[in-house]
Design a protein around this ligand. Structure first.
Ligand code: ZN
Length: 216
């Protein structure tokens, strides 16, 4: 049996690639393809880029098969930027996760507080609910401003705060950190820093709190 060996020429490889990338070449063979070097990099302009080109037989003009590749320096830079952005995002996410875990401390009776189970008792409280919902929507849209809620005890201020906080915290893709602290919780947190061998100092807590996007 005769072994049939076909040696693949590099030109054939280029032509095959061109056929795959340029639909009008798919069924043709009357063209040549080559890899060109020392092309101006589309990013920095240095003549160190390369790309695959083709030309119909008996014609002068070469055409790029696909976009010219950026030079290796630019490609490395881009890869590094992506890497840096990714690790920065990861870092931010893990800090955010920690802050939320340590500082989103809802009192037991507000664990389920939401907009749906907020009981409006009069025009004022129903207006307050409306404002709280608007605030939540604006915050999630990236418009951050301060909100002051005043009223007599038992009218639902904390409930609305918890509703806003829980809603925003639930939208994990928005990546906002939310903290919920009562004055008592905050004070006892500070108190633990006085203990010998405390894990955190007062400054640590202050810095953490400053890093929270939305704090109640
Ligand atoms: Zn370049």
């Amino acid at each position: 049996m005769k072994a049939i060996k076909r040696f693949l020429q590099i030109e054939d490889v280029y032509k095959d690639a061109a056929k795959k990338l340029v639909p009008t070449l798919a069924e043709r063979d009357d063209f040549e393809a080559e890899f060109q070097y020392k092309l101006p990099c589309p990013s920095c302009g240095d003549e160190t880029a390369s790309g695959l080109f083709y030309r119909m037989l008996n014609q002068d003009d070469w055409y790029a098969v696909s976009e010219t590749m950026k030079c290796s320096v630019c490609r490395d830079k881009e890869a590094f930027n992506v890497y840096q952005r990714k690790s920065l995002e990861e870092l931010r996410a893990s800090i955010g996760e920690r802050l939320t875990k340590e500082y989103f401390l809802l009192p037991e009776d507000l664990k389920d507080a939401g907009f749906k189970n907020f009981e409006k008792t009069n025009d004022v409280t129903s207006k307050a609910k409306e404002n709280a919902m608007t605030y939540t929507k604006m915050f999630l849209a990236g418009d951050h401003y301060n909100l002051l809620i005043m009223g007599n005890p038992g009218t639902g201020k904390s409930h609305l705060c918890a509703a806003i906080g829980r809603t925003i915290k639930g939208k994990k893709d928005k990546g906002s950190t939310v903290g919920f602290l009562t004055t008592g919780k905050l004070l006892s947190m500070y108190k633990t820093t006085y203990r010998k061998g405390a894990a955190k100092s007062e400054e640590d807590i202050f810095r953490d709190i400053k890093g929270i996007d939305l704090l109640f």
